[in-house]
Ligand binder design. Structure first.
Ligand code: CA
Ligand code: CA
Length: 186
C-alpha cells in the first residue's frame, strides 16, 4: 500500500469513527448507539412500534459487533483502537483465505446494517431509503443521487450487491472505488 493509499484509507475510517461518535465525546461507547438508533428510528415513523422494537434489537447487535474494537475492554473505543481493529479486519479481508470466524462476525454486522437501511424490509435498498439514510448521515442530496445511480440497477440496490459493496468499502484504499459512497453504512 502506498502512503497516499494508506492515508486515504485512514481518513475514510476516521470519518466513519466520527459518524458513530454520536455524542461527540471522542470515543465510541454503547451510548452512541442509543443516540443513533433513536434518530434512525424516526426515519421509519414514531408510531411504528414493531419497527422501533426491531431497531432496538438491531442496535444491540450492531453495538456488540462494533464494541469488539474495544481492545482494552474499558467500554470505550478510541480512534486508535478503531483504526487498529479495522486495519486488522481489512488485512484479513484482503487475504484469499479470510478467517471464517472474522467473516461470520462481519456478516452479522453487515446484515444488521442492511436491515436498518432497508426500511420496509423487502430485501432491497430503494432509492428513497438510500437518500434518507444518506441525508441522515449528512451526505448532500446530489452526491447521494449520483452514488445511487452508480451502484444500483436503476431503482433498487440488491442485498448481495449492497453487502459486497460494504465489504469493499472496508478493504478498498482506492479513492475512486465505487464502494466509497457506502460510507456511513457500517
Ligand atoms: Ca461517543
Ligand atoms: Ca477501549
Amino acid at each position: 500500500m502506498t502512503n497516499e493509499a494508506k492515508k486515504f484509507w485512514n481518513d475514510k475510517m476516521t470519518h466513519l469513527f466520527y459518524l458513530y461518535d454520536a455524542d461527540r465525546d471522542g470515543s465510541i461507547t454503547p451510548v452512541d448507539f442509543e443516540i443513533l438508533a433513536d434518530k434512525l428510528s424516526t426515519l421509519v415513523g414514531q408510531d411504528d412500534t414493531k419497527r422501533r422494537e426491531e431497531y432496538a434489537t438491531a442496535r444491540k447487535t450492531l453495538c456488540q459487533e462494533i464494541m469488539r474494537a474495544d481492545a482494552n475492554k474499558d467500554g470505550k473505543i478510541t480512534l486508535e483502537e478503531w483504526l487498529d481493529y479495522h486495519t486488522h479486519l481489512a488485512n484479513e479481508l484482503r487475504k484469499p483465505d479470510t478467517n471464517p470466524e472474522i467473516l461470520e462476525q462481519l456478516s452479522e454486522r453487515i446484515n444488521t446494517t442492511f436491515n436498518m437501511i432497508d426500511l420496509n424490509h423487502d430485501g432491497y435498498i430503494a432509492k428513497d431509503e438510500w437518500l434518507k439514510t444518506c441525508q441522515f448521515f449528512g451526505v448532500d442530496q446530489q452526491t447521494a443521487e449520483n452514488s445511487f445511480r452508480q451502484i444500483s440497477n436503476g431503482d433498487k440496490l440488491e442485498e448481495d450487491k449492497a453487502k459486497s459493496l460494504f465489504i469493499e468499502y472496508l478493504k478498498s484504499d482506492d479513492p475512486n472505488h465505487i464502494s466509497n459512497c457506502c460510507l456511513c453504512f457500517l
